[in-house]
Design a protein around this ligand. Structure first.
Ligand code: HEM
Ligand SMILES: [Cu+2]
Length: 575
C-alpha cells in the first residue's frame, strides 16, 4: 500500500519501506543510465560492423570517434548512473531510512548529467578523438576533460550522500546488529569508488588545465599510471556492485541465503585492500617502468583480490544450490540447477552473468594479467575479448536482471511482453559471449585492438582470422539486439505497462517447494540405505554440484593458463 507516511511507502511486493525522495532519484539515475546505454549501444553496433573486416562500415575518423563515445558511455556513464541508483536504493530500503539530503542528490545528478552531455557533444563534434583513456600527449577540447571531471565529482557527491544516509540510519537506529550483506557489498563498492574517483580528479584536473594552455603538459607516464588508478579500480567497483546484485537476485529468485556471512564479508574486504595493486596490469609492456615493479605489482597480493572473486564465485551458486535442495530439488548432482527458474529473467540474467564472468572473465583476466604472458597479448583484440565478458556479460547483464525487479517495484508497472523479457538475457548473454570469443581468437592470431584497418598493408591474416572477426560482427549484432530489446521493454513498461500501484508485482516464477527428501534417492542421487555413509556426507555438505562446477572451473583455468605459457614459449623457440 502506498500510504506516503513520513515520505515513505511500503512496497506491496517485498514489504520493504521505500523512501519517496530516494525513489525519485533512483528513477532519474536509472532512466539516464539507460539513455547512455542506448547511446553506447548504437556505437557498439557500428564498431562491431567495422571490426568485421568484410563489412568494414565506418570511415577511419568515425571509427575512433565512435570508439571514444562507446567506451565512455558504456564503461563510465551507464555504469556510474546505475550504480548511484543502486546505492540510493540499497541504503534507504534495506536500512529503512530516508535519503539524508535531497539537495545533495540534485547536485550530484545535475553535475553528472551536464558532464556526460558535455563529453558526448564534444566527442560527436569531432573535438575529442582521444579514446576513452585519453593518453597524453593526445589532446582533446577542454570541455571533454571538464565534462569528465563533472561526472567524477558528481558521482563522488552521490557516494558521499550514500555514506551520509548510512550514518543517518545508524544514528536513528533503524536497523539492528550489522548491516545486511548486500549493504556491506555496496559499501565496499562505495569505498573503492571514493579512491577511484579521487584518482580521476587527480589525473583529469591537471590535464584540463594543460588543455586550457595554463600549465605545461603533465608527464605522460604519470598520466598513464594515475589514469589506471581510475580505470582499473572502477572495474572493482563494478565487480563489488555486481556481486551484491548476485546475492540480491539469488535471494529474490530462489530464496538463497549467504552460506557464511563472515566469509562473504571477508571477501569484500579483500577487494578493498588489494585491488589497487592490480592497476599495474595495464602497464605491463610500458617501457618506462621497471620489471621489478611490474612483477611485484602483478603477483602475490594481487591474487588476494582474485581470491575474493573465487570465494563469491563459489558461495553464490552454492547458496542457490542449498536453497533449491532445501526446497526438495535433491536429485543427482545438478537437479537443483536444472529445476532453477530459468524462465525468470532475474534468475537467468544473474546466473548467466555469474558463469560468463567467472569462466570467461576470470580465467582470461588472470592469464592476461600475468606479466610474462601479457607480452603476447597486449593491445591485441584479446583485451576487449576479456573485458566484454567481465563488464558486459558480467556487470551489465546482472544490472539488467536487477531491472526486471526494480522497475516493477519502483515504477509500479508490470513489464510488457513478458515472453520477450524472458528471452532477453539469453540473447544478450549469448551474443556477447560469441563476440568476446571472436575477439579473443582473432587476438590470439595477432589482430590488434583499436585498429581501424588490420590489412592496410595488404592481406596478412588468413581466413581463420577473418572468420573470428565475422564472429565479432555477428555476436555484436546479437548482443546489440539483446540490448535494444532490454531498452524497448523497459521504456515500454514505463510508458505502457499495466499499473500495479498498491498491488504486488506478478512473480516472474520461482521454484515451487517439493515434498522434501525424495524417498528413493539421497541428495546426491545414490540409493538410500540405513546409515548410508553417502547420505551422511551429502547432508553435511549439500553443495556437491557447485563443488563439481568449481573443479571444472579450476581445470579449465589450468588448461588455459598453461596453453598460454606454451604459446609464449613458442614465440621464442629454443633449439
Ligand atoms: C552490444 C554490446 C556491445 C558490443 C557489440 C560491443 C562492441 C565493442 C567493439 C567492437 C569494440 C571495439 C574493439 C576494438 O576495436 O578495439 C568495443 C570497445 C569497447 N567496449 Fe564494447 N561492446 C558492447 C557493450 C559494451 C559495454 C556494455 C561496455 C561497458 C560497460 C563496453 C565497453 C567497451 C570499452 C571500454 C571498449 C574499449 C574502448 C577503447 O578501446 O577505447 N562495451 N566494444
Ligand atoms: Cu584492470
Amino acid at each position: 500500500m502506498s500510504d506516503n507516511k513520513n515520505g515513505k511507502r511500503i512496497c506491496a511486493t517485498t514489504g520493504l519501506p521505500i523512501c519517496l525522495d530516494a525513489e525519485f532519484f533512483v528513477k532519474c539515475n536509472a532512466v539516464l543510465a539507460v539513455v547512455f546505454l542506448l547511446i553506447g549501444g548504437i556505437g557498439a553496433l557500428l564498431l562491431a560492423l567495422t571490426r568485421w573486416q568484410t563489412v568494414h562500415l565506418l570511415p577511419v575518423d568515425w571509427f575512433y570517434r565512435i570508439l571514444t563515445l562507446h567506451g565512455l558511455n558504456m564503461l563510465i556513464f551507464w555504469i556510474l548512473f546505475f550504480e548511484v541508483a543502486i546505492l540510493y536504493f540499497v541504503a534507504t530500503s534495506l536500512l529503512n531510512v530516508k535519503l539524508a539530503s535531497v539537495k545533495t542528490a540534485w547536485v550530484s545528478l545535475i553535475m553528472m548529467f551536464v558532464g556526460a552531455v558535455m563529453v558526448d557533444v564534444t566527442i560527436l563534434v569531432g573535438q575529442a578523438d582521444v579514446m576513452m583513456t585519453s593518453y597524453l600527449p593526445l589532446l582533446a577540447h577542454p570541455a571533454f576533460y571538464l565534462g569528465i571531471i563533472l561526472v567524477a565529482v558528481g558521482t563522488l557527491i552521490g557516494v558521499i550522500l550514500y555514506f551520509a544516509t548510512l550514518h543517518k540510519a545508524k544514528k536513528e537506529k533503524t536497523y539492528q546488529g550489522s548491516v545486511p550483506l548486500v549493504v556491506f557489498g555496496a559499501t565496499a563498492a562505495a569505498i573503492i569508488a571514493v579512491v577511484t574517483l579521487l584518482h580521476g580528479a587527480i589525473v583529469m584536473i591537471p590535464t584540463f588545465l594543460h588543455s586550457m594552455g595554463w600549465i605545461a603538459q603533465p608527464d605522460p607516464l604519470w598520466y598513464r599510471m594515475t589514469w589506471w588508478g581510475l580505470g582499473h579500480m572502477s572495474q572493482q567497483v563494478n565487480v563489488c556492485a555486481m556481486v551484491s546484485v548476485w546475492y540480491l537476485l539469488g535471494a529474490l529468485t530462489t530464496g538463497a541465503k549467504p552460506l557464511n556471512e563472515t566469509v562473504c564479508r571477508g571477501a569484500f574486504l579483500l577487494y578493498i585492500f588489494f585491488i589497487n595493486l592490480a592497476s599495474a596490469h595495464h602497464l605491463l609492456v610500458d617501457p618506462a617502468i621497471s620489471a621489478g615493479w611490474k612483477i611485484w605489482n602483478t603477483s602475490y597480493a594481487m591474487y588476494l583480490a582474485v581470491l575474493a572473486s573465487m570465494i563469491h564465485g563459489f558461495t553464490v551458486p552454492a547458496s542457490v544450490e542449498v536453497a533449491m535442495r532445501q526446497q526438495g530439488y535433491v536429485k543427482g548432482l545438478f537437479g537443483w540447477l536444472t529445476a532453477a527458474p530459468w524462465k525468470n529473467p532475474g534468475f537467468s540474467a544473474f546466473f548467466l552473468s555469474l558463469v560468463i564472468f567467472g569462466f570467461g572473465g576470470g580465467i582470461t583476466g588472470v592469464t592476461l594479467g600475468t606479466q610474462q604472458i601479457n607480452i603476447i597479448a597486449h593491445n591485441t583484440l584479446r583485451i576487449p575479448g576479456h573485458f566484454h565478458v567481465t563488464v558486459v556479460g558480467g556487470t551489465t547483464l546482472a544490472f539488467m536482471g536487477l531491472a526486471f525487479y526494480v522497475v516493477p517495484l519502483l515504477f509500479q508497472r508490470e513489464y510488457i511482453f513478458k515472453p520477450l523479457a524472458r528471452l532477453q538475457p539469453y540473447l544478450f548473454g549469448i551474443g556477447i559471449t560469441v563476440m568476446a570469443m571472436g575477439m579473443s581468437f582473432a587476438g590470439s592470431m595477432g589482430v590488434s585492438r583499436r585498429s581501424w584497418d588490420i590489412e592496410a598493408a595488404g592481406s596478412i591474416y588468413g581466413p581463420a582470422a577473418h572468420l573470428f572477426l565475422a564472429a565479432v560482427g555477428i555476436g555484436g549484432v546479437l548482443a546489440f539486439l539483446g540490448l535494444l530489446l532490454f531498452i524497448l521493454l523497459t521504456v515500454g513498461t514505463l510508458l505502457f505497462g499495466r499499473s500495479i500501484v498498491g498491488k504486488p508485482m506478478e512473480s516472474w516464477g520461482t521454484p515451487k517447494p517439493l515434498a522434501v527428501g525424495e524417498p528413493e534417492h539421497t541428495p546426491i542421487g545414490l540409493p538410500t540405505g540405513a546409515g548410508s555413509p553417502a547420505l551422511a556426507m551429502a547432508e553435511a555438505h549439500p553443495t556437491q554440484g557447485t563443488m563439481v562446477l568449481a573443479l571444472v572451473f579450476l581445470l579449465s583455468f589450468a588448461v588455459y593458463y598453461f596453453a598460454n605459457w606454451k604459446a609464449l614459449a613458442d614465440a621464442w623457440p629454443v633449439r
